[in-house]
Design a protein around this ligand. Structure first.
Ligand SMILES: Nc1ncnc2c1ncn2[C@@H]1O[C@H](COP(=O)(O)OP(=O)(O)OP(=O)(O)O)[C@@H](O)[C@H]1O
Ligand SMILES: [Mg+2]
Ligand SMILES: [Mg+2]
Length: 301
């Protein structure tokens, strides 16, 4: 097959591994920088151009779209979809997953366990907002944060009020969340492909820190998931409409709680922690599922 990887940099670990795995299985792998793709949107024959040339047809496209280029990147991916190329994850599903609040609303509708979460815009609603999530300590999250930046643990009610007032004053979008203390600064990254968790790791925050992000100094180890955790991760990915997803779960004393669902999960942490060849499993999944014009959303945006 001829497979495109939408990625800003072919030297990134995940991109390199996908090229390697694809080539090892006899595919023609092309890395395309989404920002270098421009589009001819017309009724007869939609096209993508790169440096003055029209791109040839691809059988499948693997989106690796960073959070900072979601808007442009999903527009390029959508153009591939309009041309009938099979996307590993659809543009609509990626857009959905990039909005933390929208994601939690969709997951809640399916009865998936979530930390109790509140969202408000008026300072007069702050006291009730804090009560809703069970009072302090609580977690305040900027909706557009990544890698743990913009996630704050407010230990007291006073601290929570001050931070929430400050965020409201800056017109920042944020949500307030019940703090899952018993998770002990750890979370589970479940790597889902299709309807299976194919690898999982436990990320533990460094001492004195509650955020387990590897970018914040957390460390990752292999973990065995319970059947409930597996089922939750698979259901969360499915609810978001993602074929490939990194589902982050907190272990609470009332079962697994989904924190977020990532649509371009990195391969380095999970392959290192589990010693699994995740890249090859992604390629095999594409071999099994890729068909022309197989986007569920084709024509519907
Ligand atoms: N409600 C919570 N209770 C306990 N710990 C939490 C809670 N929410 C977040 N954390 C911790 O903080 C970390 C960062 O939070 P979260 O994953 O929501 O944001 P982010 O990492 O900035 O987003 P992204 O993963 O997209 O980069 C989590 O990995 C987890 O360890
Ligand atoms: Mg996270
Ligand atoms: Mg995320």
């Amino acid at each position: 097959m001829r497979i495109a990887i939408l990625s800003r940099n072919k030297h990134l670990y995940s991109t390199r591994r996908l090229i390697e795995a694809g080539e090892a299985r006899g595919h023609e792998m092309h890395v395309l920088d989404p920002l270098r793709c421009y589009m001819n949107i017309n009724a007869k024959e939609p096209e993508i151009h790169v440096r003055g040339k029209i791109l040839p047809e691809f059988d499948a496209v693997i989106p690796r779209i960073g959070a900072s280029i979601t808007f442009y990147g999903t527009a390029v991916l959508r153009q591939f979809e309009m041309m009938g190329t099979y996307p590993l994850n659809e543009s609509v599903a990626i857009s959905r997953s990039r909005d933390k609040l929208r994601s939690l609303q969709l997951l809640s509708r399916k009865g998936i366990g979530l930390p109790v979460t509140g969202f408000a815009s008026k300072p007069t609603d702050i006291p009730d907002l804090i009560d809703m999530v069970g009072g302090a300590p609580l977690v305040i999250k900027l909706l557009e944060g990544t890698q743990g930046i913009g996630v704050v643990l407010a230990e007291t009610r006073k601290a929570a009020e001050s931070v929430i007032e400050a965020f409201m004053g800056l017109n920042a979008h944020f949500m307030v969340q019940e703090y899952i203390k018993e998770a002990g600064g750890a979370d589970l990254r479940c790597f889902v492909i299709g309807d299976k968790v194919i690898a999982a790791m436990k990320r533990q925050a460094k001492p004195g820190e509650f955020r387990s992000n590897l970018h914040r100094g957390g460390s990752a180890t292999l973990v065995k998931l319970s059947p409930a955790e597996r089922a939750t991760a698979v259901k969360a990915a499915k609810t978001m409409g993602l074929n490939v997803a990194g589902v982050d779960i907190l272990r609470s004393n009332h079962g697994p709680l989904v924190m977020e669902v990532n649509s371009s999960p990195g391969l380095e942490g999970i392959e290192t922690a589990t010693e699994k060849d995740v890249a090859s499993q992604i390629i095999t999944f594409i071999e099994k599922t890729a068909k022309q014009n197989r986007t569920r959303t084709k024509g519907r945006g």
